[in-house]
Write a protein of this length. Sequence first.
Length: 430
Amino acid sequence: MPQTRRALLRTLGTLGAAVLATAAAPAPGNRPAAPAPGSRPAAPAAGAGPAHTPGTPVPLRLPAPTGPWPVGTVALHLVDDSRPDPLLPTQPYRELMAGLWYPAEPGAGHPRAPWLPPAAAADWDTHSAPALGVPTGAADWRGIRTHARTGAPVARRAGRLPVVLFSSGDGGSRALGTTLVEELASHGHLVVALDSTYEAEQVEFPGGRVERALPLPDDLTPQVIAALLAGHSRARLADARFVLGALDRLARGHRPDTGTDPLPDGLAEAADPARTGVLGQSLGGSVAAQLAHDEPRVRAAADLDGALLGPVADSGLAKPFLLMASGTKTLTTEPDWASCWAASTGPRHALRLRNAAHGSYTDLQVLLPQLVRALPVPDTAALIGTLDPHRSLAAQRTAVAAFFAQYLTGRPTGFLDRPGDHWPELEVLH
């Protein structure tokens, strides 16, 4: 397998063993006004900034969230000393980084958080971006700012906050879900985005220490791939359970003291662990479904284009489940989806984003189109499809927000069953 393809699989995550087995082949604030429906080849995202000057890094921007609340964020350094690290057994404890995103009080005085912290951004530029066809130094990854204010106090009028755990694709940074995470926070959720240390391409810890992913084996046979994915899934499930426990302790007033910044005002009292959902892309979506299957503390799960690799594929879910597909996949073309769907007894919704690709469910959907006007980024359609990036992100945000509004806060919208004429990009799967 070419090295760039191996890195690319880590960057975007995987669909599961079936897809990875063939990985050697090329992969097929203020509410902004909604653009007109339809699809067309990916174009530069709105607010992409000034035209690029040759020889300087291309500036990149993320679209603002559309909810009524400003967003705050804080990074937590968590240590689980009850177990050795499942991916690096010589490490006697499991060390994690999590980003917490929440509705915040308005006001200045808190800087906007970076998309990636500085050392992780430099590592992404060196190791991850070239696998996307973006040469080192060509894009200003370090300069990307989120719309969340670091350490801002929690909005008191938001009340107790439903919780959503977010997990990216295999090998992917938690930052790749920022546009969806910020959206949920702006609509009144506490979102916990978790990195999987030694699986994610890069994880930055306090002090600028970066832990990189463990090397992939040279011989990625289907059997080796299946074992890798199973191991990554087990590690993530254990990580998620640990974080659920940390949230329970946080709700009881326990403040973690592991070298990160103090908790923002109001955060310890804000979480409502009794209303917890999970969201994930690719392998993260598989883990979300399995966690909801296994954990009484989880009420609902959303899977963004992830194959189902665990027992949930056969036993299904008795809880609310959202599945969002890309490409030409349906509930019948994917055996694991079909078996889970048939066995599930809880409320279930399946949507396909027309003309989308697997990477459409990551921030690359809005970042790569900003690069193509300045750089010869190859094969972006295989990574993020041909759907207009504005419409793609807006459709995802609307569907995911509607799902958690219905099943974590009891505010059904009917959107998931009837996207309507205004969203021809979304097809309801049966």
